[in-house]
Design a binder for this molecule. Structure first.
Ligand SMILES: Cc1ncc(COP(=O)(O)O)c(C=O)c1O
Length: 396
């Protein structure tokens, strides 16, 4: 019944866990959510006000597929100021979340017979998006012992004459790794030399700590920029997950193709979100600073607490709002006759016994780990980790 592509898609493991949590909550069980991939902050008020004005002034019709000129100008200003990137409004396409901009970019560049290199652990949707484009994902490992930094040797070994793209994400979901300038430059030089593209997902750009600086690979040379697609959005930096707005910037020809694809799927991003996003970019940035400070306090606290738990090791992470503790020392142990064989068993055990939701590392191709998000208040994080520590002691 199903098409070959549909039959080949794996449903997101994060969706499965969300359903199980909802079931617990419906039955009145108090679950602490350390699984959540969105900021627990409200969208700043000035952004909401801009949306209200858009409605009140009747700005509620179709717009250009790529987004109105004003938002593409505002994004171009942002890319210039924050990232040292010079893109014209024609080289920018606004999509329904970074998610749509990503799949548009992948579909514009990749198809049957192409290989896309994806460093793992990786975000849940990359592999499936590449498969949806008919291309083949080629997974290359990064290592916990190297704080999940991009491992160039592994990338080099994976390059073939079919390599069309490398898909990177810095700061990274799920590892929190922030790629440094040198490694990005080397990757960019490989792209130029071997004639492949780099799709660079920079959605967590603003959520960065320890005085680290986000570097966009496209800013490292004109030649690298030609081979790059920069993806970014508003969901994480401005707590705008529900507004569904993101963007891609790249070479004119590719962005034209992206606009054609989008013109036959969703057309434009809703007009109200576009007005809100202009205010996000041009209005006060104070709320971002407050949010980063809060995330940073939680990050330090969570890192320390996780590493205090017997049998748990957690690599430091400088970005996003996730940590990836290694819990594999518990694999093979059991509770009431049920053996914990992998990260999915572990996640279910933690949910059942501790009433704490985390995400199995298997969802990110990282079987030894679980992903713990600090997008929740510090009291709840603290309570969640206390509960986690307690139930791990039950495993024998
Ligand atoms: C790495 C990564 N890229 C892209 C997205 C999608 O973001 P958006 O809400 O803009 O579609 C997410 C959301 O979780 C993400 O974690």
């Amino acid at each position: 019944m199903l098409s070959r592509i549909a039959a080949n898609i794996t449903p997101s493991a994060t969706v499965a866990i969300t359903a199980k949590i909802a079931e617990c909550r419906r039955s009145g069980i108090d679950v602490i959510g350390l699984n959540i991939g969105e900021p627990d902050f409200n969208t700043p008020a000035n952004i909401g006000e801009a949306a209200k004005s858009a409605i009140d002034s009747g700005f509620t019709r179709y717009t250009a597929v790529s987004g109105i000129l004003e938002i593409r100008k505002a994004i171009a200003e942002k890319l210039r100021m924050d990232n040292g990137l010079d893109y014209s409004p024609e080289q920018i396409s606004v999509g329904t979340g970074a998610k749509q901009s990503l799949i548009n970019g992948i579909q514009a560049l990749c198809g049957e017979g192409d290989e896309v290199i994806i460093p793992t652990p990786c975000w849940v949707s990359y592999i499936e998006m590449v498969k949806m484009a008919g291309a083949t994902p080629v997974l290359v490992q990064t290592y916990e012992s190297e704080r999940f930094a991009l491992n160039l040797e592994n990338v080099k070994k994976a390059i073939t004459d079919k390599t069309k793209c490398v898909l990177i994400n810095t700061p990274n979901n799920p590892t929190g790794a922030v790629y440094n300038k040198e490694v990005l430059r080397s990757l960019g030089e490989l792209a130029v030399k071997h004639d492949f593209y780099v799709i660079s997902d920079e959605i967590y750009e603003k959520l960065i700590y320890e005085n680290k600086r986000h570097v966009s690979i496209a800013s490292l040379s004109e030649a690298i920029k030609e081979k790059s697609l920069v993806i970014n959005g508003f969901s994480k930096a401005y707590a705008m997950t529900g507004w569904r707005i993101g963007y891609v910037a790249g070479a004119t020809e590719i962005v034209k193709a992206i606009n054609s694809i989008q013109s036959h799927t969703t057309s434009n991003v809703n007009s109200i979100s576009q007005m809100a996003a202009i205010e996000a970019l041009r209005g006060s940035q104070d709320s971002i600073d407050n949010m980063i400070q809060t995330f940073d306090e939680r990050r330090k606290f969570l890192f320390q607490r996780l590493n205090q738990i017997e049998g748990v090791q957690c690599a430091p992470a400088d970005g996003a709002f996730y940590l990836m503790p290694n819990v594999s020392s518990y694999y093979g142990k059991s509770f009431k006759g049920t053996v914990i064989g992998n990260s999915v068993d572990m996640t279910e055990f933690i949910l059942d016994q501790a009433k704490v939701a985390v995400v199995p590392g298997d969802a990110f191709q990282s079987p030894e780990n679980i992903r713990v998000a600090y997008s929740n208040g510090i009291e709840l994080i603290s309570e969640g980790i206390d509960r986690l520590e307690k139930v791990l002691k039950l495993l024998k």
